[in-house]
Design a protein around this ligand. Structure first.
Ligand SMILES: [Zn+2]
Length: 764
């Protein structure tokens, strides 16, 4: 505690000294602006803030979450029509774009224990008195995993923990296979689609995913309705499409799902499973797990249920029968534009999905209503004579929950125009009480830190950036902090540098823009004080949200400010506010990590082979238990990183020169020559695209970004320099070297574009 105390006091001193809420002096050194245009921008943002009203968020949330509003439901369409009309009333040029996407809804779900005893799973989330919408049953979809295969299977259960590849190595060492079995996994640690995918790869004929109370139930805190955490019958719906291969409509990878689009046959869609999978509550999982025997699960596999966790196989045997109504379903994206006055063909995009699994008060409507309030105020400002320099496009997405369908189909349909015109995509999703979370392209890091430094945190009165720094500093100074947390704590205390933003993996609608089209993107959200267990449940309701999510909607307002200031900062900048140095330093850090990864893989292999040679695993094992030695790892070669190291060095020098010239041209308080500024903007608009390669990543060409991607076996979690990093992790050395070359080519293209832009900036 002491250490913590001393750190906290010095941190508070440092932060308080350096970072009073910077709104007032936000004009100084505002990236992309001269001193006078910055002052005007600050005034505009303050005018925007003053017009925001949390009562609107509350009322829209109550209305939009009053009925089930999943893709294809009547209330989802009603919400789309409502949003369209609002935009029109507020002076936006708005329309709905419809895509016909493959969707599946359950017609039959049966899960029963048939041996050694019998039990029929309820597979339902009951209505409760304390939650008024939980009894609104018409059109409600029960717990299911969309894009599970139809199936009727009976087999013994095998407990696979989170069901990620590492877990199967543990099972293998215990001589346990899921071949011809049904795998039961707990939610958490990865995108849910990874669990049935890996089970299928290991020969399982079915998969069950349950919510263990250790992850989001009574182990975390009081269950609903007493508290926010998942109750005994609470279940998590969700897609199991293999999104790390491509997002969007399963039948039209890479092209928009328009009426006349060429569609794959369902059986040929590479992101669809061949086995049935079903999500259940811990209330339904308990009798199944209780009926299992076999080896006791390793300690870190054990959840919080009142049982001894066994691995099986069996004797618990279950019958799982699922059938679905597969059909093309309309997805309604609402698209609204405020046309720019000076650069109408430069588009600042801002999106949030609107479709839910049931009522979706938190996910996604808490973010959707912030988007609407931004649009209301921006519309009002145009009626009072303000006109953005660049065009602003607001997007209310449909079909995000099944697989980022609405955003991906729109991005694929307009790919060519977006690559020419989109300068930024700003995303949000669910939102709640707590800390600012932001991830994105690192060329945005400096301007995002400036923006966050000007937003006041509703609970503490300091800037949301200061709170973000304080949080990371405290987490990283805890005794059990991991190396990444320690590193972030160091950055949090270093006031001379911007506070890092996260790299983006997947899990929301930025993926098609950033990782498929190469458009600079940012994802915002507040949270961390609103932890709960309502995710994708019937209990993600208005009643739950106003108690545990953001009771005063003050973080909805904080989100509206954070997003709209970013949109305005880009829409009205003299020159697009990018800083290349932050990106260059970040990539240099990733390059270092890859060197370390290659070295640590080599050390681990050598150590394992030594222990194998010494028969250490057999000697260390309890002979009455089955625990085989790990397979002998192959020797890890020294990879040739030189092309990458050189490209990084070139990037750092180009970035430094670019940032110097960029700063100099705006220092003199006169706007740059319009023609030169236009050319520079055009180069900066396409800067992020230089990081894409049409060949894409190994085995997944849809993912073209060479720096950021969701992991093939994480789904959500990011892999940076993914082509090289995952090849090293999977011991595909030739692929690793191939992608060292491809990443280097991308970085060189980025450096060349910076040099080009700098050459247009007059020497000062
Ligand atoms: Zn969402």
């Amino acid at each position: 505690m002491l250490k913590l105390a001393s750190v906290t006091s010095s941190l508070a001193l440092v932060l308080a000294a350096a970072l009073p809420c910077a709104a007032a002096d936000g004009a100084r050194d505002m990236l992309g602006y001269t001193a006078s245009s910055a002052a005007a921008e600050v005034a505009l943002e303050q005018r925007f803030d003053a017009a925001l009203d949390p009562a609107h968020l509350r009322e829209w949330l109550r209305q939009m979450s009053s009925q089930p509003n999943h893709l294809g439901s009547p209330h989802d369409k009603a919400n789309a029509d409502f949003v369209l009309q609002q935009f029109k009333d507020w002076g936006w040029d708005a329309h709905i774009e419809t895509f016909d996407v493959l969707y599946a809804t359950p017609t039959e779900r049966v899960l029963e224990l048939v041996a050694p005893t019998s039990f029929k799973a309820t597979l339902d989330e009951p209505a409760i008195a304390e939650d008024s919408t939980s009894s609104v049953r018409e059109h409600m979809l029960p717990p299911f995993n969309v894009y599970s295969a139809d199936g009727d299977v009976t087999a013994e259960l095998v407990y696979v923990n989170y069901g990620v590849p590492e877990d199967y190595k543990e099972l293998e060492r215990r001589g346990i296979s899921v071949k011809g079995k049904i795998a039961i996994a707990r939610y958490g640690q990865s995108w849910r689609g990874i669990k049935p995918k890996v089970a299928q790869e290991h020969g399982a004929i079915g998969c069950i995913i349950y919510s263990d109370p250790r992850d989001d139930g009574y182990f975390q805190g009081d269950a609903y309705p007493q508290g926010p955490f998942r109750s005994e019958q609470g279940a998590q719906r969700g897609s199991v499409a293999d999104i790390p291969v491509y997002s969007g409509d399963p039948l039209t990878p890479g092209v928009g799902a328009t009426k006349d689009a060429k569609r794959l046959k369902r059986e040929d869609a590479p992101d669809l499973l061949k086995i049935p999978v079903l999500p259940i509550s811990w209330g339904d999982a308990l009798p199944l797990l209780k009926a299992m025997a076999g080896p006791v699960a390793p300690e870190h596999w054990r959840g919080a249920l009142p049982i001894t966790y066994h691995l099986g196989p069996g004797p618990a045997k279950v019958h799982l029968k699922l059938a679905f109504d597969w059909k093309l379903t309309p997805a309604y994206d609402v698209v609204a534009t405020l046309r720019g006055g000076e650069h109408p063909d430069q588009w600042v995009l801002r999106g949030n999905h609107r479709d839910a699994w049931v009522f979706g008060a938190s996910d996604p409507l808490s973010g959707q209503v912030a988007l609407l309030e931004e649009a209301r105020v921006l519309g009002g400002m145009t009626k009072n004579g303000w006109k953005p320099k660049r065009s602003i496009v607001y997007l209310s997405w449909d079909g995000e929950e099944p697989g980022l369908l609405g955003s991906t189909e729109w991005a694929e349909t307009h790919a060519d125009e977006l690559k020419k015109k989109a300068v930024l995509y700003v995303n949000s999703d669910n939102n709640g009480r707590g800390f600012l979370e932001m991830g994105g392209s690192h060329s945005l890091e400096h301007v995002l830190d400036q923006i966050a430094g000007g937003i006041t945190d509703p609970e503490t009165g300091v800037s949301v950036l200061q709170r973000r720094r304080a949080r990371f500093a405290v987490i990283g100074s805890e005794k059990d902090a991991n190396p990444q947390q320690k590193e972030m704590a160091k950055a949090a205390l270093d006031m001379q540098r911007d506070f890092p933003i996260e790299a983006l993996g997947s899990g929301s609608d930025y993926t098609p823009f950033l990782q498929h089209l190469g458009i600079a993107s940012v994802d915002f959200g507040y949270g961390g004080e609103d932890r709960s267990g309502d995710y994708h449940s019937v209990y993600d309701s208005f009643d739950h949200y106003v108690r545990f999510g953001d009771p005063k909607f003050e973080y909805g307002i904080a989100l509206a400010k954070t997003v709209a200031h970013t949109v305005l900062r880009f829409a009205d900048a003299d020159v697009l506010p990018l800083r290349a140095g932050n990106f260059a330093d970040t990539v240099a850090h990733y390059d270092e990590e890859l060197h370390k990864l290659d070295d640590s893989e080599r050390e681990t292999a050598e150590k394992t082979n030594r222990l194998l040679a010494d028969k250490a695993y057999q000697l260390a094992a309890d002979p009455t238990q089955t625990l085989l030695p790990p397979p002998a790892p192959q020797a890890v070669p020294f990879l040739n990183f030189a092309p990458l190291d050189n490209a990084v060095a070139r990037l750092q020098s180009s970035a430094a020169a670019f940032d110097r010239a960029y700063a100099a041209q705006l220092q003199a308080d006169r706007p740059p020559d319009p023609a030169a500024a236009q050319k520079i903007d055009t180069l900066l608009q396409g800067l992020e695209q230089t990081l894409t390669q049409t060949a894409g990543l190994p085995g997944r060409a849809w993912y073209e970004h060479m720096i950021y991607a969701p992991g093939l076996y994480t789904g959500y979690g990011v892999k940076t320099l993914p082509g090289v990093r995952e090849a090293i992790e999977q011991k595909h050395w030739d692929v690793a070297e191939k992608y060292v070359a491809r990443v280097s080519t991308a970085l060189d293209a980025y450096s060349a574009r910076l040099d080009q832009a700098r050459s247009l900036m007059p020497e000062r």
